[in-house]
Design a protein around this ligand. Sequence first.
Ligand SMILES: Cc1cc2nc3c(=O)[nH]c(=O)nc-3n(C[C@H](O)[C@H](O)[C@H](O)COP(=O)(O)O)c2cc1C
Length: 316
Amino acid sequence: MSDFGGLQIDVGGVVLDSPVIIASGVWPMDPSMWPEASLKGIGAICSKGTTLEPREGNRGKRICETHCGLLNSIGLQNGGSVSFVQNDLPALASSGKPVIANIAFETLEELRQIIERLNSERDLIGALEMNVSCPNVSMGGMSWGVDMDSLERAVTEARCKWRGPLWVKLSPQAPSIAVAARICEASGAQAIVVGNTWLGMAIDNDREEPFFERIFAGLSGPAIFPLSLRLIWEAVASVNIPVVGCGGICGPDEALSMFLAGASAVAVGTGLFLDSSLPVSICFKLSRHMENRAIANIKDLVGRGRHFRGETGVAG
Ligand SMILES: Cc1cc2nc3c(=O)[nH]c(=O)nc-3n(C[C@H](O)[C@H](O)[C@H](O)COP(=O)(O)O)c2cc1C
């Protein structure tokens, strides 16, 4: 039962009591770190990216704060799919929120094997979220979400094997987000998440060398919000499946803007580091905005900002 009337929504096969999702990689897997109040306003929790085998992550420094964002080069550190199924998944499910299982893979074989493992725990997983920003080794390390043939192959394979709702988290580095979104829809995705971090870099001026061992890193936080909003606007116009808006939300107004642009739900990541009560503030903001305009259900808020100079938001 939702704490906020009218905010329940079905997004790509998952019923969310609130349209605010915790983005992948920022939520502690340990339930002792979740006081009850911290769960308020949260509609679903996305897990840290799981790979088939455990990964130690990148060497060297992993986080660099910028003036209005965060660069991270974590390198998908995780305990692997066996540990995920045995430990993290039951822990996350104990929150009582739907769990969105985020997965990363470098080959189609890895993708198949991860899905096989997760299928055995299908009942604990609200949706599978494919992170396609990771490298495709058969394409020389170019990310799955940047090469459209690779994207199509991966989503088609996942749809064929996975027995539950399938979401794809797109890379902002895709040459065209509209084309990438359409490929996901045509290949069987039930929702797309727009999007992941933007590639950036930092230089350590004292050492006169790149700050991160892998040189480039993912930029998140307030700096990317206007970029994310533009991608959401474009993606919504190109597909009929729901779009989850993600990237740079640090306050409730930004979340509201994403709904007006056509997002059916939002995911918050870096903003939680600044304010752990962000999900609940977003819910209050959405409820107030809807009440002021006599909107009974959040689905009627989705895309209201598109009725602008003839823009309808309907895919064409
Ligand atoms: C520390 C950190 C770890 C992350 N790990 C993952 C991950 O494992 N898988 C993934 O798909 N995205 C990951 N992300 C990306 C976030 O889920 C989110 O898409 C991105 O940070 C943009 O949203 P934000 O500006 O609200 O943080 C990570 C982000 C951060 C900051």
